[in-house]
Design a protein around this ligand. Structure first.
Ligand SMILES: [Zn+2]
Length: 141
């Protein structure tokens, strides 16, 4: 799947009132997300890197390397163990940035695709729950 820079993160909708603390997930911190199913991966290291950036400090090289490595390993494992090759190939053939299913899962977390927005994707985001589904979040505390 693609790196998180292909996603835009919006305001943290109502994450605290949905029971999602900053120890579990920070929407504008680095993350990895699956464009097929909307699974999200963000560890305490991703959030630690975000805190350095908020302070205006340079990324600590070892921390940045760890975050990139964790994200790459997660993407590789997630794609391999959760999705079939045919699923991935069928998705790639659509030319879409993400599936309507992924858009529906990610929107409540404040994550929106920046790629092409087919009407099905837009409708799926509009119809998504206001409350994020925590079963799609991995790496939280
Ligand atoms: Zn997936």
């Amino acid at each position: 799947m693609q790196p998180s820079e292909l996603f835009m993160t919006g305001a943290a909708v109502a994450l605290p009132s949905a029971g999602i603390s900053a120890e579990m997930f920070i929407p504008n911190a680095p993350l990895a997300a699956c464009r097929l199913c909307g699974a999200i991966y963000q560890t305490k290291f991703h959030r630690e890197l975000h805190r350095y950036r908020q302070l205006g400090e340079n990324d600590p090289p070892e921390l940045l390397a760890k975050v990139l490595d964790l994200g790459n390993k997660w993407r590789e494992g997630h794609t391999k163990y959760v999705h079939t090759i045919k699923e991935v190939e069928d998705f790639v053939a659509t030319g879409w940035f993400l599936t309507p299913e992924a858009a529906n899962v990610l929107a409540p977390f404040g994550i929106f695709g920046l790629g092409n927005m087919h009407v099905d994707i837009v409708e799926s985001m509009l119809e998504s729950s206001r409350k994020p589904d925590l079963t799609h979040l991995e790496g939280g505390e």
